[in-house]
Design a protein around this ligand. Structure first.
Ligand code: UDP
Length: 239
């Protein structure tokens, strides 16, 4: 069996990754494919904690700008991540994976509360831990939740799965055909250049704790597996 490069990873799945071709809602076929990809690395012995976003359902900041109370809008966003977490859980379990959803906001009927030591125990037993409700606090993002949990759970790396973008570019490749992709970039450059790949809170947290991030295109079949085997695809931040 091929030897994975990483022992424990945090996979950040943005809400969009669950939306299929559209940008809104959940496409079951897409979630099923995501589950297959995650399972392929679990079977290699990689411990996976998945942090799910909610942007395919609700974004707090956008609603806040439109005039809704920001904290309320953000709590709504956190609830959206729980919906996504349950979809991913169902798809993984249907394929034979053992999973636990842990939520940063208690809702005991559908998820365990997030408890670091318990999450570690699940990971050690080969269960996929799906982390829902972000950090549990408004004014944060699920990217920051990924950074925070990666630090707490002592993950080797954050695998930031993007849809249709295969790394970090010096300009938006969808608008700028001459944009150049970075193979590697330092946290400070990412912060200073304001490359919109993740928010600055998340990037600073990773920098302070020395957590490398790999940004890659999740839509490419087998990409997660290749990243876990140490293939240089996407862009490495820090490391
Ligand atoms: N959110 C929050 N605190 C957190 C994580 C998320 O308030 O710790 C809210 C915020 O409103 C955000 C929404 O949840 O817009 C969805 O999360 P995010 O935008 O990070 O999802 P993604 O872009 O990854 O789909």
């Amino acid at each position: 069996m091929e030897e994975p490069r990483y022992r424990r990873v945090v996979v950040k799945l943005s809400g969009e990754a669950l939306a299929g071709e559209g940008t809104f809602g959940i496409e079951v076929a897409t979630v099923n494919r995501l589950a297959e990809e995650v399972l392929s690395v679990v079977r290699m012995g990689v411990q996976v904690a998945a942090v799910v976003g909610g942007g395919n359902i609700w974004r707090g900041a956008a609603a806040g700008h439109a005039g809704l109370d920001r904290s309320t809008a953000d709590y709504m966003g956190m609830l959206a991540t729980v919906i996504n977490a349950l979809a991913l859980q169902a798809a993984l379990e249907a394929r034979g994976a053992e999973t636990r959803v842990q939520s940063a906001i208690e809702m005991r009927q559908i998820a365990e509360p997030y408890i670091r030591r318990r999450a570690v125990r699940h990971l050690e037993k080969g269960r996929v831990v799906i982390l829902a409700a972000g950090t549990g606090n408004p004014f944060f993002s699920t990217d920051t939740a990924a950074a925070l949990r990666a630090a707490e759970l002592e993950a080797d790396v954050i695998l930031m799965a993007k849809r249709g973008v295969d790394g970090i570019y010096d300009a938006d490749p969808r608008l700028e055909p001459s944009a150049r992709k970075y193979e590697q970039i330092e946290y400070l450059d990412l912060l200073q250049q304001g490359l919109g790949v993740m928010d600055s809170t998340a990037a600073s947290l990773c920098m302070e704790n020395g957590i490398p991030i790999i940004v890659f295109d999740f839509a490419a079949p087998g990409a997660l597996r290749r990243v876990c085997l140490g293939e240089k695809i996407g862009t490495l931040v820090g490391g």
